[in-house]
Write a protein that binds this ligand. Structure first.
Ligand code: PEP
Length: 253
């Protein structure tokens, strides 16, 4: 296999789990593994743990990020958290457009795009999540859905900015279902996404962008997924809640 031109990026998405104490203990256990690993390791943590985890991970290689961000900069938006606030708390990145937010909180592409731009404006790295539902896949619309979410999410984003971003391909039918997409299916979708980026933003952007796969990644399937040429990393939900299983995944890199 040809040597990879960039490090793979493996991020755990804790969703609405872990107290501050649990989060700090996890990071302490992960640090020595992240230090030896050739992949970049990251954690998308709850807002409440962001500051503490960022302080704990300060001298380590672990990237710390948020799971969401407001589309606005400030104002009378009770309960919202802005890109400047998460940066202030120590975030280096944030997930945007996760399918749970699209499905359960009715986030639309236009909001997702605003969130991407808010993050870029303060120098944070967006992890833009895109993916088709089972019905869309079965009706043959997967590429159309991916292209729509990609182009809408990156509307107005420059090629240089795209080159520094992470795009997570997360088929909705694979999230939290124990039914991960096969390595061949993931490779096919990633090659399509990369070709769309070449068409929209050019080859340098497509070479620089990190394409992650997410959806029921577990210790038993991580190596096969990571070995695909267009898989530049993984976004791991359920299996990132246990330190042991997340370490097993990270060590497959
Ligand atoms: C996710 O929510 O981003 C995810 C990939 O979840 P899981 O690994 O549990 O399918």
């Amino acid at each position: 296999m040809k040597a990879r031109s960039k490090a793979q990026v493996i991020i755990g998405n804790w969703k609405m789990n872990k107290t501050i104490a649990e989060a700090k203990a996890f990071v302490a256990g992960l640090e020595p593994v992240a230090a030896k690993c050739s992949a970049v390791v990251g954690l998308a943590v709850p807002f409440t743990a962001l500051s503490a985890v960022a302080a704990e991970a300060h001298r380590s290689k672990i990237l710390v990020g948020a799971q969401n961000v407001s589309e606005a900069d400030n104002g009378a938006l009770t309960g919202e958290i802005s890109s400047r606030m998460i940066k202030d708390a120590g975030a280096a990145f944030a997930l945007v457009g996760h399918s749970e937010r699209r499905r359960d909180f009715h986030e639309q592409d236009v909001q997702v795009n605003l969130k991407v731009k808010r993050l870029l404006a303060v120098g944070l790295r967006p992890v833009l999540c895109i993916g088709e539902t089972l019905a869309q896949r079965e009706s043959g619309a997967a590429h159309e859905v991916l292209a729509k979410q990609l182009h809408a999410g990156l509307n107005g984003v420059t090629a240089e900015q795209v080159a520094g971003m992470i795009i997570a391909y997360e088929p909705v039918w694979a999230i939290g279902t124990s039914k991960a997409a096969t390595p061949a299916d993931v490779q096919e979708a990633h090659a399509f996404i990369r070709s769309e980026i070449v068409a929209g933003w050019g080859k340098e952007a497509a070479d620089g962008v990190v394409l992650q796969y997410g959806g029921s990644v577990a210790p038993h399937n991580a190596a096969g997924l990571l070995s695909q040429p267009d898989v530049d990393g993984l976004l791991v939900g359920g299996a990132s809640l246990s330190l042991e299983s997340f370490i097993e995944i990270v060590e497959k890199n």
